[in-house]
Design a protein around this ligand. Structure first.
Ligand code: GRF
Length: 196
């Protein structure tokens, strides 16, 4: 049976990457084929060892343009023939060249109810706001900063007097459970389209 091949890009701790790898571990129709990081010390790289997922650090040399780095990334990724590229705390924008290589196949998770609070500080900004709800968004990636077409959003209610750590930890827990669910739907869709 064909397995849907998932590649993960991660720059940091990798809790979402781990949620995906742990979900995929027992699936007969899905496989995480690699985890690539632009950060040598990303904890995500270590997490991949537990799941026997091939991991790779792809260095961004200072003089390398965004486009040239993405070309380097594409070259590495293509070795693994991925069907989907999943961004899990990957802290770089992607070029048009990258996105054209995997049209509608690059997905991101973001820690806010987009279009509110795009960028690096989703939880911080939501926490500082007076919003009664916060949450996360999973979306297709385009060239903008968290501007791609939204696939799903899930919300949580603010709890009075909650600390930032508690707030963020509830949010991250939601992210970690939502990402695999969305991938499961994408995998179903992938097989349906293949059958047509
Ligand atoms: C998550 O909040 C994700 O939404 C954002 O970066 C964070 C990564 O966390 N894009 P982790 O590395 O998956 O633990």
């Amino acid at each position: 049976m064909k397995k849907v091949r998932l590649a993960i890009l991660a720059s940091g701790s990798g809790s979402n990457a781990e949620a995906i790898m742990s979900w995929a571990k027992f699936r007969l129709d899905t496989e995480v084929v690699c985890l690539i990081s632009d950060k040598k010390k990303a904890y995500a790289l270590e997490r991949s060892l537990k799941y026997n997922v091939k991991s790779l650090y792809v260095k961004k040399e200072k003089n390398l343009s965004m486009l040239d780095y993405d070309k380097k990334l594409i070259k590495e990724l293509n070795e693994f023939k991925p069907d989907y590229i999943l961004l899990a705390g990957y802290m770089r924008l992607l070029s048009g060249a990258f996105l054209d290589t995997y049209p509608k196949r690059v997905i991101n998770i973001h820690p806010s109810l987009l279009p509110k609070y795009p960028g690096m500080s989703g939880y911080e900004e939501a926490f500082k706001s007076n919003d009664e709800e916060f949450g996360c968004t999973i979306h297709f990636v385009d060239e903008g900063m968290d501007t791609g077409e939204i696939i799903i959003q899930e919300k949580l209610k603010r709890i009075k007097d909650e600390s930032f750590e508690e707030f963020k930890s509830r949010g991250l827990k939601l992210e970690n459970s939502l990402y695999p669910k969305v991938i499961e739907e994408l995998v179903k869709k992938f097989f349906k389209e293949e059958a047509l």
